[in-house]
Ligand binder design. Sequence first.
Ligand code: SF4
Length: 258
Amino acid sequence: MSTVIYPSPIFGPVHSRRLGVSLGVNLLPPDGKSCTFDCIYCECGFNKDHRPKQGLPSREQVATALEEKLKAMTADGLSPDVITFAGNGEPTIHPHFAEIIDDTIALRDKYFPNAKVSVLSNATMIHKKNVHDALMKTDNNILKLDTVDPAYINEIDRPLHTYCLDRIIDGMKSFNGHLVIQTMFMKGTIDGKDVDNTGEEYVGPWITAVKEIKPEEVMIYTIDRETPTGTLAKASPEELDSIRDRVIAEGIPCIASY
Ligand code: SF4
């Protein structure tokens, strides 16, 4: 199935299901994907099929391109609801992620002070102090937690390096509530193995972890775009609504996107 590689360092604005009018900041190369996960549902495709040849954009390139885009949007009378760090992989692997967040907040304050700064991250770098501190400065620190089942993580998110769930959960707790948990629920198979994570054996322990982490919000979603694995399927609206309602019953805001 076809997948998408985004321009870098700026793309959009695009209309996001979850975030509104979103101007994208892509800290990864423009010709491929770089991520510490290799999710079977990644809209950018599998890592092995999209190895980039170009390098990461520099801090200066990101700031210059972002300011040019914000000026152009001002001239066109367009306002972003959010400036979103996303794109071809994991934004926090950029060695100057923290400085780029500072630059972005300064530009946001100058051109569109009402816009939010959001980061979509898989949370694998939150143990690094400079990444943690930068994420604390953002408006929406959106961190992926697809499951708390280590075997499922290895089958679905496929971390490239050792992934210690307890360490990730402790890292999420250390934001003291300044985070949004984002979780993919889906059905289907990969290589003949069932990947349905909507059952109680996955949802129950996941809700227990969410309660411990105490995020300001939870976003649950399902397959929406083409994926590199053709045998995946959407969780149903009823299943997502049921999970959402259980999170809300714990006193944690939760939205479901279908
Ligand atoms: S964490 Fe995001 S960018 Fe990385 S492989 Fe998974 S879906 Fe793709």
